[in-house]
Design a protein around this ligand. Structure first.
Ligand SMILES: CSCCC(=O)C(=O)COP(=O)(O)O
Ligand SMILES: [Zn+2]
Length: 209
């Protein structure tokens, strides 16, 4: 099981690396290994996530502490992943910093959320109604990680979802790694679309949906 989950997360990491979503060692990924006790694999802190090595991940418990003595440190943002696995049935959580998610988070940061409507890719969030509205929350980037995790946790209300951290990045989660990746890719598509749209229709910024 552990080996299977390790390989699954390593494959996701490789795919996100191909998209160049781990600039400057940023980003962290996690995958649940067991429910009782709650244990998940998380990326080791400060690594170049474009490389595939035997030190890429370590197993942590429900508090984000390494399960075994280890020379590796869990991601500095492990507590955000902890909140996801404690509160939901998610199986995988992904955090990346991109230019698009940072710019979107700054443009709409004062609103506390960014809203999308009338875009086909909203369906990737399992929202199928014709005029459905997708809201992605934007939270403040607290340097104190327990405070960041507490603020983040307020928005972790379902087994899949996405939260932007202002001028920092996005964290998404899903029941499976496939679902988490789908939500991440769809979010980044929507962010790029919205930013491109603003170049052509700047007044869209003030449109209330
Ligand atoms: C160098 S990026 C700053 C830390 C961060 O936001 C991040 O995503 C990576 O931290 P980690 O400890 O998971 O490597
Ligand atoms: Zn980060």
């Amino acid at each position: 099981m552990l080996k299977e989950k390790w390989d699954e997360l390593a494959d996701v990491k490789e795919e996100l690396a191909e998209r160049d979503w781990f600039m400057g060692t940023s980003g962290n990924l996690a995958i649940k290994v067991s429910n009782h006790p709650l244990q998940f694999l998380v990326t080791a802190s400060g690594k170049d996530k474009r490389k595939r090595t035997r030190d890429d991940f370590l197993l942590v418990d429900e508090f984000g502490r390494p399960v075994e003595e280890n020379h590796l440190k869990p991601s500095a943002e492990t507590l955000l992943h902890v909140e996801i696995y404690r509160r939901t049935n998610a199986g995988c959580s992904l955090h990346v910093h991109t230019i698009d998610n940072n710019v979107i988070s700054e443009v709409y940061g004062d609103n506390g959320e960014v809203t999308f409507q009338g875009q086909e890719l909203i369906k990737a969030f399992d929202i199928w109604e014709e005029d459905a509205v997708l809201k992605i929350p934007i939270i403040r980037n607290y340097a104190h990680i327990p405070t960041l995790a507490d603020t983040f946790a307020e928005h972790v209300t379902g087994d899949s979802g996405a939260v932007l951290i202002r001028n920092h990045g996005i964290t998404v989660w899903g029941r499976t790694s496939f679902e988490a990746k789908k939500i991440l890719e769809a979010s980044e598509f929507l962010f790029r679309y919205q930013l491109r749209l603003l170049e052509h229709k700047p007044y869209q910024l003030f449109k209330v949906v």
